[in-house]
Structures are given as structure tokens and as C-alpha cells.
Write a protein that binds this ligand. Structure first.
Ligand SMILES: [Zn+2]
Length: 63
């Protein structure tokens, strides 16, 4: 009997690897997060990042 190997991906938010799940069988190519929580964190983190970048840009200009 052949051992089934499930594909793995790395979550772009928490960086942890996660394994293929049945519920993702049609969207596996699109899946980037290990959980809904990480998907939401991504949005939050992106907002944080933009604020930090704006702040640093202000510092660079001497504002
Ligand atoms: Zn994650």
C-alpha cells in the first residue's frame, strides 16, 4: 500500500507549516494562511506596517 503524502505550505502570517486539508481541495493553490485567525491577522499586520512605514518616512524627512 502506498503511503499518501499530503502537500504542505507555509503560512505567510505565522510562518508555520500546515498540511493540506479536505476543505481546501478546490482552493489549495489559493490558500496562504493556516487558519482564519491568521488571515485576519494579516490584515491587521499590514495596517500596522503601513503606519510604521509612514512614521519612518516622516522621520527621514525630518518632520
Ligand atoms: Zn498561520
Amino acid at each position: 500500500m502506498k503511503k499518501q503524502h499530503l502537500p504542505e505550505k507555509q503560512c505567510i502570517v505565522c510562518g508555520r507549516p500546515f498540511t493540506w486539508r479536505k476543505k481546501w481541495e478546490k482552493v489549495w493553490e489559493e490558500v496562504k494562511y493556516c487558519s482564519d485567525q491568521c488571515r485576519m491577522n494579516k490584515t491587521k499586520r499590514a495596517a500596522h506596517l503601513r503606519v510604521a512605514e509612514a512614521y519612518l518616512a516622516g522621520l527621514a524627512k525630518g518632520v
